[in-house]
Design a protein around this ligand. Structure first.
Ligand code: FES
Ligand code: MG
Length: 576
């Protein structure tokens, strides 16, 4: 393997020449107390840190950044920490999805404009993982993704609590009148007990698992709980390894390939992944020039058993249990020849080598292929006259009786309208009816908020109904569950056929046949189409306006059109 020489480092363009520009760069490093022994001939490693005081999931990132720096220094590099948008899933409104692409742009440009040779990306809370990876793939420098790690299990009166999932569950119990204010306060204090991302198999755990399966983390990284000392050691290991990756010139283009993306999709399905995985994996793959489609994902979902028994798809366990049971390496090893062992990882070794011999220590947490949690169906893609470009459901997290359903639509054009209606004890609604929320897509939401797990109407809750078909062009949290059909494309706001549906129309959903249709005649739909007027754009100015003009639909990954990789359109390095 040929290794880079110090003179070939990208940062050497800033620091090595004997000219006035480089004099300026060097004198400013000296202003920071550094000397030539700190930079000369050493790779400069960016640590992109999504820490902030508005980001509970990344509260430990200041300490971990220091540990990464220790590793970089040990290996002979110069660390340079660069703060980036922290994107807290819990605090950012209207939705972090509005800002995923902003963080992706920030990541790419931070790397491009600074004297950086390689990067450790610090993320984990939902959108931070795809955003950082999308940006870094486009920047093209050697990179390692450092996952935040899941928080400890929640605890309430001796029972374990899962992020999100148990909040929804107990909220329904409270609305049904089964839970008092004191219990509710106890749940509030017990559900998030440590730093780290959500510890269900929500979007965060799904996306960090995907990052590992693509080969962008060190082996085993994504399963380590945030509060485990192994997580600190992982940080320094990332620092040491990234310096070597720079000398090896191991870039993401060699790691993110059609084969590694397919592996990641298989792993996601086997974990019973978040529905959001679909959007992010398509967007990440496209940045690397890999044309992943909804149909590809449906095909993988049909044939991959769910073997991670983690909530919300699984019945009992959380990420902490998954780590003790052997973690993602053990799960991948169980998948055997369903995975391609050859794709390269950031470790410098093929993925097959990094998972070889990884043992499962608890067969109830990580099931065997013969005894799965579900034989298939982490995700399914439906198409029909309601969603010509597709929509997504998580069959393994819904009432099986609803997989084939025909019922009346109850259509809502906005979230507040829907919310008021479901609380109405006299609402005319039956368990086979279909709740519909539209204008909640990438442009209509705006930003495609996580509204897709529409609340079960109070009237049905009191009849002990806990699931029904719900359809929207929104997303739902990866910690959500139920017969929620999401990501309807094209969205209603831009004239997708969902905009033509009316309350009282019959909607037929057939998950085994992968179909979703409104039983309305072509003539009637044409009449409604002629009478439809497009809504006013949501944002009159600013970032939101740019977002609406450039965001793609859910089936295409919701990236901005101008950010997608176009082979041959490489951006030149900055002049120095
Ligand atoms: Fe950060 Fe769930 S809120 S991962
Ligand atoms: Mg989430």
């Amino acid at each position: 393997m040929t290794r880079k020489t110090p003179g070939e480092l990208r940062s050497a363009r800033w620091f090595a020449p004997d000219d006035l520009r480089s004099f300026g760069h060097r004198s400013r490093l000296m202003q920071m107390g550094l000397g030539p022994e700190d930079w000369a001939g050493r790779p400069v490693i960016a640590i992109i840190n999504t820490w902030s005081e508005a980001q509970p999931c990344h509260m430990h990132f200041r300490e971990r950044a220091a540990d990464i720096k220790r590793g970089v220094l040990q290996a002979g590099g110069l660390p340079m920490e660069l703060p980036a948008l922290s994107l807290s899933e819990s605090l950012v409104k209207p939705t972090t999805m509005l800002y995923r692409n902003m963080l992706a742009m920030e990541t790419e440009e931070l790397l491009r404009c600074h004297p950086i040779d390689g990067v450790v990306l610090m993320g984990g809370c939902d959108k931070t993982t795809p955003a950082l990876i999308m940006g870094a793939i486009s920047a093209g420098l050697p990179m390692i993704f450092f996952p935040a790690g899941p928080m400890l299990r929640g605890n309430f009166r001796g029972q374990s609590l899962g992020s999100g999932s148990d909040a929804w569950k107990y909220w329904d119990e409270r609305r049904a009148g089964n839970l008092g204010a004191e219990d509710w306060a106890g749940l509030e204090g017990g559900i998030a007990r440590s730093y780290g991302h959500c510890m269900t198999m929500g979007t965060a755990s799904t996306m960090t698992a995907i990052a590992e399966a693509i080969g962008l983390t060190l082996p085993g990284a994504s399963s380590i709980p945030a509060a485990d000392s192994a997580h600190t050691r992982l940080a320094s290991a990332c620092g040491r390894r990234i310096v070597e990756m720079v000398w090896e010139d191991l870039r993401p283009a060699r790691i993110v390939t059609a084969a590694s993306v397919r592996n990641a999709a298989t792993v996601a399905m086997a974990t019973g992944c978040s529905t959001n995985a679909v959007i992010h994996l398509i967007a990440m793959a496209r940045r690397a020039g890999v044309a992943l489609t909804l149909d590809d994902l449906d095909g993988i979902g049909r044939t991959t058993p769910v073997i991670a028994n983690i909530r919300p798809s699984g019945s009992r366990y959380l990420m902490e249990d998954f780590y003790y049971a052997g973690g993602l390496r053990a799960l991948m090893n169980r998948l055997g020849d369903r995975l391609d062992p050859t794709p390269l990882t950031v470790s410098g070794r093929p993925i097959g080598e990094t998972i070889a011999g990884a043992e499962v220590y608890n067969d109830d947490v990580i099931r065997s292929l013969d005894d799965p949690v579900y034989p298939e169906g982490a995700l399914a893609v439906l198409k029909g006259n309601l969603a010509p470009d597709g929509c997504v459901i998580k069959p393994c997290a819904c009432d099986p009786g609803l997989l084939r359903n025909e019922g009346r639509a109850l259509v809502f054009d906005s979230y507040p309208e829907m919310k008021a209606a479901v609380e109405d004890p006299d609402l005319d609604v039956e368990p086979t009816d279909v709740l519909v929320l539209r204008n909640a897509g990438p442009q209509g939401g705006p930003g495609m908020p996580e509204w897709g797990m529409l609340p079960i109407p109070t009237r049905l809750l009191r009849r002990n109904i806990r699931d029904m078909i719900r359809i929207s062009d929104a997303r739902m949290s990866g910690t959500s569950y139920g017969a929620c059909i999401l990501h309807v494309a094209p969205e209603a706001f831009i004239g997708g056929p969902l905009c033509l549906l009316r309350t009282g129309d019959i909607v037929r959903v057939d998950v085994p046949a992968r179909s979703i249709d409104m039983l309305v005649t072509e003539e009637e739909l044409a009449r409604r189409r002629a009478a439809w007027t497009p809504p006013e754009p949501y944002y009159p100015r600013g970032y939101g306006q740019m977002f609406a003009r450039h965001v793609s639909q859910a089936n295409e990954g919701c990236d901005f059109d101008f950010l997608e990789t176009r082979p041959g359109a490489d951006i030149p390095e900055p002049d120095i």
